[in-house]
Every structure is written in C-alpha cells, then in structure tokens.
Design a protein around this ligand. Structure first.
Ligand code: FES
Length: 112
C-alpha cells in the first residue's frame, strides 16, 4: 500500500499507510493525526489545511475555485497549501510529505 508522511507542529514525522481513494483528511483521521476537518469535508472551513512538500505539490491537480476561496482563509497559508479533504489519494502520491500548520482558523467559530 502507498504511504504518506505527516509532519506535526513539533516536526515529528509519522509515516502512515494511505488507502487509495480516501481523502488525505480521512487518512489522517484513521491514523490519529490531529488534522481537524471541522466541516467534515464540505469545503466550509479551512481546518484541514496541510502544507505539501514542494516536490509533491507539483503532482497534485489544481485546486478548484471553491478550495482556493477557503484556503484564502487558512491560517499560515503558503504557496503549497491545500485542503486535506479535497486531496484524494492516488498511486502518484506515494511517499508524499505533508506538514500540519502551526495553527488553524475555523471561520465558522471565529465569526460567531
Ligand atoms: Fe472543512 Fe476540509 S474539512 S474544508
């Protein structure tokens, strides 16, 4: 099975098996990675924000306009930021490295 590596806020790396067809968010949750996913993948938050390693980012399909709009609200946005719920694992992403941002911003909560 392909694997991906999550790097947490402290810089600790965890390699996990990544089932094809699952989102990065689902893979994180199955492996107890603290990636939030407050809206459960409905593109209504940015708490599933991940920072993709530069060499892996080039392999990903372009983000949709809706994903770009939510990313604009993400805390600590980078050039290689994506939303974990929108990335579906494929064989091409075997070995992909993803960093968790130092913080997240949940607009649904922050705006109350
Ligand atoms: Fe909310 Fe990904 S879980 S946008």
């Amino acid at each position: 099975m392909p694997t991906i590596t999550f790097i947490d806020k402290a810089g600790t790396e965890k390699v996990v098996e990544a089932e094809l067809g699952l989102s990065i968010l689902e893979i994180a949750h199955r492996n107890h990675i603290p990636l939030e996913g407050a809206c459960e993948g409905s593109l209504a938050c940015s708490t599933c924000h991940v920072i993709v390693d530069e060499k892996d980012y080039a392999k990903l399909p372009a983000a949709s306009d809706a994903e770009e709009d939510m990313l604009d609200l993400a805390f600590g946005l980078t050039q290689t930021s994506r939303l974990g719920c929108q990335l579906i694992m494929s064989k091409n992403y075997d070995g992909m490295r993803l960093r968790l941002p130092s913080s997240t911003r949940n607009m649904r909560v922050d705006n109350r």
